[in-house]
Design a protein around this ligand. Structure first.
Ligand SMILES: [Zn+2]
Length: 378
């Protein structure tokens, strides 16, 4: 991370993004444009159903497919094991089918094998599908580091029928992740921090297009989030749900990668340093992180109220208690310290561990205040 030392602008994105009901049935048609030797890494929950379906779909067309069950966590060990199993098969295409962690593993395996990266998210829980990076965890589940690739997945196929049937909590968590994008984009804009496009080569100054996407992402979530939740609760694919799938997946992904993360994701990452950190989903931790970032930025009460009220309405956590975090001095210190390894440097001001502890305390107090207020009005 660092301030942009050149004025060159950079943009990165997947080559193709397809979203609609039943699109998984067209997977072979799409991947046949790239080759006929396919490895599918599938989330254990969907393994039986999808491996059978895909084998039929591919074998009918005379293409070769190997299906592999995702091993449960994105660790370097699991990535290597998945690669070792298929390196002799030498797939031309690696398709990841599942949640963020399955997809991040599939990306790493695709990269190692030099295959075309195809992503099929089964929920709209994070913005991992479109990005050119994998977030790797330590064997104990703690956040470790990100692996950056020189290009984004070639193709994303988002089947909105599958996503509509995923647990509602995933869709809501994705909204938390999507909601943070604009605030982090603005922070990166103000500090003029490099984005993540060819990050290891130094990144670039963000294009105006990326800020535009981040702003639209926020408005879409605020305006359509609750309706999308209702729609998913009924298992119905409505245009409101399609809007949120696009916001959580495409807009949030393009937004964060082309601008950068900041305080909200730092607090989210910091929480993973606690043993209770894995009790909540990425976007749930990030949602609370947004409140902390807004405190750090001295945001207006009106803006804080808009964000926090939305979170409460859709069921995103706004307090430490909802994240299972006991607000002891020791816990706050662990979160603050770990969060300094993430993206605080993208804020346009210097922060210290003690300051972050205060942002978290204040964020928690704000969350509790609005929750009590909401409970009284019910
Ligand atoms: Zn995120």
């Amino acid at each position: 991370m660092g301030y942009v030392t050149k004025t060159t602008r950079g943009w990165g994105s997947p080559s193709r993004y397809v979203q609609g009901p039943g699109e998984i049935n067209n997977l072979e048609t799409y991947t046949s444009l790239y080759g006929d030797k396919v490895l599918a890494i599938i989330d254990p929950f969907f393994y039986e159903e999808f491996s059978e379906k895909l084998k039929k779909q591919y074998e009918e067309k005379g293409a070769q497919i190997i299906c592999q069950k995702f091993k449960g966590e994105v660790t370097l060990k699991n990535i290597d094991a998945a690669y070792e199993e298929v390196k002799d098969f030498a797939p031309q295409i690696v398709v990841g089918i599942g949640g963020g962690k399955t997809l991040d593993t599939a990306k790493a395996v695709a990269y190692k094998t030099g295959a075309v990266m195809v992503i099929v998210p089964t929920s709209a829980s994070t913005d991992a599908p479109t990005s050119a990076l994998s977030v790797v965890y330590k064997d104990n589940g703690e956040h470790s580091h990100a692996i950056f690739y020189h290009k984004n997945p070639e193709l994303i196929v988002a089947d909105s029928e599958i996503i509509a049937k995923a647990p509602i909590r995933f869709l809501i968590s994705g909204m938390g992740d999507a909601l943070s994008t604009v605030f982090e984009a603005r922070a990166n804009q103000q500090s003029d921090t490099a984005n993540y496009i060819w990050f290891e080569q130094g990144g670039f100054r963000r294009c105006k297009a990326s800020l535009c996407v981040a702003e639209l992402c926020y408005r879409t979530v605020i305006e359509k989030g609750y309706l999308a939740k209702m729609s998913a609760e009924q298992g119905i694919v409505t245009e409101a749900l399609e809007d949120i799938i696009e916001a959580n997946t495409l807009m949030s992904g393009l937004g964060f990668e082309n601008t950068g993360c900041a305080g909200a994701h730092s607090v989210g990452d910091g929480i993973t340093a606690l043993p209770v950190g894995n009790k909540t989903l990425h976007g749930e931790k990030v949602a609370f992180g947004i409140i902390c970032q807004l405190v750090a930025e001295n945001a207006s009460e009106e803006l804080i109220e808009e964000v926090v009220s939305f979170c409460i309405r859709v069921g995103l956590p706004v307090t430490l208690e909802e994240l299972y975090v006991d607000p002891t001095e020791e816990n706050l210190q662990i979160i603050a310290k770990a969060s300094l390894n993430s993206f605080w440097s993208a804020q346009p001001f210097h922060v210290t561990e003690a300051m972050i502890m205060d942002y978290i305390r204040m964020g928690d107090a704000i969350g509790r205040y609005y929750k009590e207020k909401a409970d009284r009005n019910e």
